[in-house]
Design a protein around this ligand. Structure first.
Ligand code: 5GP
Length: 190
């Protein structure tokens, strides 16, 4: 189904809870596969696995793949932390006969939407407020002061892009957000 596989893009500021939504969707839809991004982020969080959550690469490995044009899109999301979607990843999932779901930042999400048009559904996950984001990021405990500030600054600018997406889901409550996401996905896939 390489030609028929669709793309479901979930974008949001860091800490908006999109990863939790995407995980719940994946557990409910066996016909959807997760696009495992490549990253040069040098910390692996508790519970993260190489080859499952991300392909963790060194900066050099990542740059080599950029040079070889192996990415559909890539970005230096944070200082020295590159993230990108590999062409081989989309082919892998489509060849399995599944649709692809992305957990990706706002710029990357819009980039993919631009390339795939009606074949893609771009969903923006809106956190209730920047303050809530900050609280969630602090609670997650994954950031130091500098990277926390970096993520909050980026979130503030990303919030402005909601209207560029096909649909916006507010994540004030996970169950509710998942229900809404399912409704849009069912409409789009059927
Ligand atoms: P984190 O370090 O929190 O896992 O990810 C940081 C940001 O990079 C998040 O907003 C995440 O969605 C985004 N991201 C993850 N994979 C990709 C990708 O393949 N491309 C782009 N552009 N952003 C990504």
């Amino acid at each position: 189904m390489s030609k028929k596989g669709k793309l479901l893009i979930f974008s949001a500021p860091s800490g908006a809870g999109k990863t939790s939504i995407v995980k719940r969707i994946l557990s409910k839809y066996p016909n959807i596969g997760f696009s495992i991004s490549a990253t040069s982020r040098n910390t692996i969080r508790e519970g993260e696995q190489n080859g499952k959550d991300y392909y963790f690469l060194t900066l050099d490995e990542f740059k080599k793949k950029i040079k070889n044009e192996e990415f559909v899109e890539w970005e230096e999301v944070y200082d020295k932390a590159f993230y990108g979607t590999l062409k081989s990843e989309l082919e892998r999932i489509w060849t399995e006969g599944r649709h692809v779901i992305f957990d990706i930042d706002v710029k990357g999400g819009l980039n993919i939407k631009k390339q795939y048009g009606d074949r893609a559904l771009a969903i923006f996950v809106q956190p209730p407020s920047v303050q809530t984001l900050e609280e969630r990021l602090k609670k997650r405990g994954s950031e130091n002061d500098k990277s926390l500030q970096e993520r909050i600054n980026k979130a503030e600018s990303e919030m402005k892009y909601a209207s560029h997406f096909d649909v916006v889901i507010e994540n004030d409550n996970l169950d509710h957000a998942v229900q809404e996401a399912e409704k849009y996905i069912n409409e789009f896939l059927n």
